[in-house]
Design a binder for this molecule. Structure first.
Ligand code: ZN
Length: 166
């Protein structure tokens, strides 16, 4: 069964942090075609009947559908590793974090220790960091040698300014 290599882009929420405090060595994750198709298909189905144009999701929906069609072609090829064409990467980005966070990938290559890990060799845990009044809460994946290879943000909380009288 084919796998699609994927490297997550840096979450924009992380820019508030000092690199040494919160560093992500983005691993190359090899995603299986079937869970990818299922995740994108569920997303597209769930939005049926929405006014996608009003929701600002029309172009994303078109990209998701095009990616779904491409994944169906890939499923029929049966090659080992299939590089995604550039235009399908944004659609894969939309669902990849959820698949990685739930351990639905074949293997991951950590760039820091140059090792391959299967999902059961990677610790997935909640995380929280605070810097200058901003607290970010999410989930992260940690390789067998302790490198953070993926992180997601579920909540960004900005503390009220102290002494501010509204
Ligand atoms: Zn590592």
């Amino acid at each position: 069964m084919s796998v699609i290599p994927h490297r997550s882009p840096d979450d924009p929420a992380f820019v508030v942090f000092d690199r040494t405090l919160f560093r992500v060595d983005h691993a190359l994750f090899f995603l299986r075609v079937e869970p990818l198709r299922r995740a994108i298909g569920t997303l597209v189905e769930g939005r049926k009947g929405w006014n996608l144009e009003a929701a600002g999701l029309l172009s994303e929906d078109n990209r998701l559908r095009a990616c779904l069609a491409w994944l169906e072609e890939v499923a029929g090829i049966g090659e080992d590793v299939v590089e995604p064409p550039f235009e399908h990467e944004p659609a894969i980005d939309v669902v990849a974090a959820g698949l990685i966070t739930s351990g639905e990938f074949q293997r991951a290559a950590c760039p820091a220790c140059e090792s391959l890990y299967s999902p059961d060799q990677i610790v997935r845990e909640p995380w929280q960091e605070t810097e200058e009044g901003v607290t970010i809460t999410g989930h992260r994946s940690v390789c067998g040698r302790g490198h953070i290879i993926h992180a997601t943000t579920d909540l960004v909380d900005v503390a009220d300014l102290e002494g501010f009288e509204g």
